[in-house]
Structure formats: C-alpha cells, structure tokens
Design a binder for this molecule. Structure first.
Ligand SMILES: NC(=O)C1=CN([C@@H]2O[C@H](COP(=O)(O)OP(=O)(O)OC[C@H]3O[C@@H](n4cnc5c(N)ncnc54)[C@H](OP(=O)(O)O)[C@@H]3O)[C@@H](O)[C@H]2O)C=CC1
Ligand SMILES: CC(C)(CO)C(=O)C(=O)O
Length: 311
C-alpha cells in the first residue's frame, strides 16, 4: 500500500529535530483550548471537525486567542498524516470520527485521547489503523459560549501516563498555557478524575450547576455515591482513599456556583450523554468485582434514559 502523504512540517523539537505536526480532531471546548495552546507556541494544528468554520477562538479571562482554520469537516480533505493527533470528540462521537483517524494516522502517529473516563484505549479499539494511544486526564473545565467561542474556566492541565509515546505530547505543549505532567501511577490519576465526573452526573439529573452541592442532602447523596465509586476504583488498582473521595465533594463546593459540566451542556442541548464512560463504568466494573453499587443502580438507568429515551 502506498505511504500516505504527510502534512506540512515545521522545524523544532518534536520527532528528531523537527516540530511535530499536529491535528486536533474535535475542536470543541477542550479541542479549542489545546488548539489555542499550540497556536500560541507557533504551531499550526490541522483542525478536524464536524462543522466547517473559519477559525476557533479561546477566551481565558481577558485574553482571546483566535486560531486560524479552516476547521475541515471532510476527512477526505485531510492534508495527510501527522505525528500527533489530539482526539477531543465526545466518546459518543468517537466512532463517527474514525474517518479522521484513518486519514491522519501513520505508524509513527501518537493519538492523545482528551476524553473523560478510564477506558480511553478500549474506546479506540478497532478504530485506529496505526499509531500509539496515549490517554490523558483533562483536569480543566471549558465551555462553549453562545457565539461559538470557548471559555476556559480553570488552569489548563493534562496528566499523561509515563510512557515513551507521551514525549511528543510534552514537546508539542511545552511552554504553552496548557501544563502537562506525567504520572507513574496513571490508573490512580484517571480514577481520581473519574470520581469527579461521576459526581458531575448528579447535575444532569437535578438540571443544576455546581451550586447544588452546597445543599446538605446533595452532600449526603454525593458522599454515598463517592463511597461506592471509591470501592470500585480501589478494586481497579487506584491508590485512593476516603480523603481523596471527600476532596471531590469539597472541589464541587468550591467551584463557582454557575459552573456546569460538559455532560450537563450535552443534556441542555439534547445531545447524547457520555453516561456510560462516566457513570455506567462504576456499575459495570462494580459488578465485575462483586461490589454493590446501590446509588449507581438508580443513577445509571436515569442517565441512560435521559440520553437515549425512548419517550
Ligand atoms: N468541557 C469540559 O470542561 C471537559 C470535557 N472533558 C472531556 O473532553 C471530551 C471532549 O469534550 P468537550 O470538548 O466538552 O466536547 P464538545 O462537545 O465541546 O466538543 C466536541 C467537538 O467534536 C466535534 N465533533 C463531533 N463529531 C465529530 C466528528 N465526527 N469528527 C470530528 N469532530 C467531531 C464537535 O463538533 P460540532 O461543533 O459540530 O458539535 C465539537 O466541536 C469529552 O470526553 C469530555 O468528557 C474533560 C474535561 C473537561
Ligand atoms: C469540569 C469537569 C471536571 C466536571 O466533571 C469535567 O470533566 C467535565 O465537565 O466534563
């Protein structure tokens, strides 16, 4: 089979002595943040979306970063393979984005998955013709504003596993507004974040933002839910304890009251929800380990029905 063409390359650190060529698949809230971080460092990320646009824009406090497009909407028009792909579509959209992965990936390509959950590698099974998958924990909140720009609502930070394939990600984002660290115990960090995501699902069912965690009854429900999430996390090998679980509730209580979550944004827009990778996973893995999950057993069917109906 003929080698696919390669996207335009710039020189700088990266693979050997040149800057890695980069694509962002899914230039939404998280993808735009990463595209802006890359752009500010002089990179020209290929923007691969579903809706064609001229540019994307990040707002961070008083800063506005406009990343020139185009946002391409047809994988057939991809400029060739790249060294690094940031995959930032929702997990419910991964399958539909497979054409981009086919067009952008060569054997050297690293796909850094910017998605919530603890199953990023399984989520790409069968969809990646070549390349290496590097899951990331995305710690920051970002939201799309009504005019299409993205508002960053925290310090941008990623955690990656300590693996050789993570190097190209570290180099691509070095010195940018998005901090990147690596962890020798990625399982623990991924579950620490999953605990946050699982709790955020309560906002969908209440139709409320972070302010709801000020309520004592929601505090009790959240603590009960965190207890079962923690038991599953520990059974999966995460080195987390009661203090870590309690810190999650405190984090939500410390958030601005109007801070939402990406799954609530999907609910408000009537889009499919990432309920399975964020909440269903606790119930599924709990069953595998023989851990009772009474809170999940109520939450998960409600989230699934909110996402998919019928009705
Ligand atoms: N937002 C947040 O604060 C956080 C989100 N996350 C996680 O990051 C991931 C991304 O979330 P988020 O950025 O909020 O999601 P968004 O919905 O904001 O962005 C998804 C983007 O993917 C695009 N897209 C949809 N289908 C395709 C396709 N087939 N090919 C290419 N692009 C496509 C969408 O296009 P279109 O414009 O047409 O919809 C949109 O631009 C999720 O797993 C989420 O859980 C993690 C931490 C925080
Ligand atoms: C902001 C945060 C941490 C809350 O779950 C998130 O990951 C999301 O919105 O998807």
């Amino acid at each position: 089979m003929a080698e696919k063409k390669t996207a335009e390359q710039n020189t700088s650190p990266g693979t050997g002595d040149r800057r890695p060529t980069v694509a962002v698949v899914g230039p939404g809230a998280i993808g735009t943040t990463i595209a802006a971080a890359l752009h500010e460092r002089g990179a020209h990320p290929v923007l691969c979306g579903r809706t064609a646009r001229d540019h994307v824009e990040l707002r961070d406090g008083d800063d506005a970063v406009v990343v020139p497009g185009p946002v391409r909407a047809d994988p057939g028009g991809a400029p060739g393979t790249v060294d690094l792909v940031f995959l930032a579509v929702k997990t419910t959209q991964t399958q539909a984005a497979a054409g981009w992965l086919e067009a952008l990936c060569a054997p050297r390509t690293v796909v850094c998955v910017l998605q919530n959950g603890v199953e990023q590698e399984q989520g790409l099974a069968g969809l990646l013709p070549h390349g290496h998958v590097v899951p990331a924990v995305v710690w920051f909140p970002a939201q799309t504003l009504p005019d299409g720009a993205v508002r960053l609502r925290g310090r941008a930070r990623l955690t990656l596993p300590e693996v050789p394939a993570a190097d190209v990600v570290l180099r691509a984002l070095a010195g940018s507004r998005c901090a990147v660290d690596t962890s020798a115990d990625f399982v623990t960090e991924a579950w620490r974040k999953l605990l946050q995501n699982a709790v955020a699902g309560l906002m969908v069912l209440a139709g409320r933002r972070a302010g709801m965690f000020q309520r004592a009854d929601i505090g009790r429900l959240t603590s009960d839910y965190l207890r079962e999430c923690l038991a599953v996390a520990r059974a999966e090998g995460a080195a987390l304890d009661d203090t870590d679980a309690a810190a999650v509730l405190e984090t939500f209580r410390a958030f601005p009251r109007d801070l939402g979550t990406s799954i609530l944004a999907d609910r408000e827009a009537g889009r499919p929800l990432e309920w399975d990778v964020r909440n269903g996973v606790v119930q599924r893995l709990g069953r595998r380990h023989g851990i009772p999950t009474p809170v999940s057993d109520v939450l998960v069917p409600l989230l699934a029905a909110a996402s998919e109906g019928p009705g």
